[in-house]
Design a protein around this ligand. Structure first.
Ligand code: AMP
Length: 396
């Protein structure tokens, strides 16, 4: 008998959802509403094997958006009763130092998510808006928050503390939290299955390379280091985010270039990374331009590769013994050239790619036979991971 979970990712003006069959992992329905609150919103509801419902209409707020979604399920299916809906899973970006796992949402938890808003001002308030509206629309079901940061709460203090005045760090909750935890957890667990070894015995490096990108060192199923920091701005070069820079650059841009703090925030989060380097934040376009010999795109790939190799090297050192490296997300799963530059020249460290396997598709090993460290492509599935965590909590 089917058991399903309704997985929700609410942004400030968007709502993404998926109804997931927990046991098979199949998406029974999915949808996206964009430009909520604007004069015209785009809404889409898809059921596999049927024509998608696409509407352009005014959807003023999240509560109305959920109303639209519920109506689609009633009109076009699938039937939520027949799908035996266990509960609703909410993706929440920032769980702070408090939430080390998924948690059932009550008023107290909602308040704590609100209290964490200063640490994730763009995301937590939007996630909370989704939670409030969904609790009103899907009353009677358990609602569960699944945090992007939770998987990383096992990172030891030596790795999560910044070397700044301790009092200020404590007062303002300044430390590394890390993000993409749901994806890193899913992929590291799947990797152990693929290696046919118990999770507790496997040390791995997961490279989640999408529009946002992060790397995680996982020891025996627990995150011990990750590249994003207090915010998702740190670490690797991303679509529009700079990743690591000398913090002194910020003072320079303020004092010498005359940019305000908000302008620098926008510059580093929205106009840097691939976009800043090449004029496009989309890796497909960067690769095409690099193939055509465009110097800026060629150089951008070199910067991306340099940062990735440095991160992989550091994590090999942190782990001491590494069994496997996994690539995931839009770029990690699809861009053979990026995987190649990420591991180029690391043969001496025990990482040997097989070019033919690297050029293939789907979940597979891409390292050469005999490579001491195996390399895999493992497609991520954050919705399924959220659904499983909800199911484990409400129907253990
Ligand atoms: P995500 O955030 O995981 O959806 O990943 C988005 C990124 O993946 C974008 O930079 C896309 O350009 C990149 N991407 C998606 N498909 C491909 C592909 N076939 N080749 C290269 N990059 C891709």
């Amino acid at each position: 008998m089917t058991r399903s979970v309704f997985v929700i990712n609410a942004g400030s003006s968007s709502l993404k959802y998926q109804l997931v069959d927990v046991d098979s992992g199949v998406a029974l329905a999915s949808g996206l509403i964009e430009r909520i609150g604007e004069t015209s919103s785009d809404a889409k509801h898809e059921v596999p094997g049927r024509e998608a419902v696409v509407e352009r209409r005014m959807i003023p707020d999240h509560e109305k958006a959920f109303g639209w979604v519920l109506h689609q399920f009633t009109e076009h299916g699938p039937d939520l009763g027949a799908a035996r809906l266990l509960g609703i899973g909410h993706r929440v970006v920032q769980g702070g130092a408090r939430f080390d796992r998924a948690v059932r949402i009550d008023d107290d938890v909602a308040q704590q998510i609100d209290d964490l808003a200063p640490l994730a001002p763009l995301h937590n308030p939007a996630n909370l808006q989704g939670i409030r509206s969904a609790r009103a629309t899907f009353a009677g079901y358990p609602h569960v928050a699944v945090f992007d940061t939770a998987f990383h709460l096992t990172i030891p203090p030596a790795a999560h503390r910044y070397a700044i005045e301790a009092r200020i760090a404590a007062e303002h909750r300044v430390r590394k939290y890390g993000f993409h935890g749901t994806s890193h957890q899913f992929v590291s667990r799947r990797l152990a299955e693929l290696l046919e070894r118990p999770l507790e015995d496997v040390n791995s490096i997961v490279l989640h390379l999408g529009n946002g990108a992060s790397a995680t060192a996982v020891r025996g199923g627990r995150s011990v280091e990750t590249s994003m920091g207090m915010t998702p701005l740190a670490g690797l070069v991303m679509g529009t985010r700079s990743g690591d820079i000398d913090p002194g650059v910020i003072f320079h841009l303020h004092r010498v270039a005359g940019l305000s703090v908000d302008e620098i925030d926008t510059l580093l989060n929205k106009r840097s990374g691939l976009l800043g380097l090449t004029g496009t934040g989309d890796m497909r376009d960067v690769l095409q331009a690099a193939d055509a010999g465009m110097p800026r795109a060629v150089e951008a790939l070199e910067i991306v590769g340099h940062r990735l190799r440095g991160t992989v090297g550091a994590y090999l050192a942190h782990l001491g013994r590494t069994d496997a490296i996994a690539f995931t997300a839009g770029i990690g799963e699809n861009a053979a050239r990026v995987r190649e530059v990420a591991l180029e020249g690391l043969e001496g460290l025990g990482i040997v790619l097989d070019p033919e396997r690297n050029a293939g598709r789907g979940e597979r090993r891409i390292s050469a036979d005999g490579s001491p460290i195996e390399v895999w492509v493992v497609p991520t599935n954050e919705e399924l991971e959220i659904a499983r965590q909800v199911a484990a909590l409400v129907e253990p």
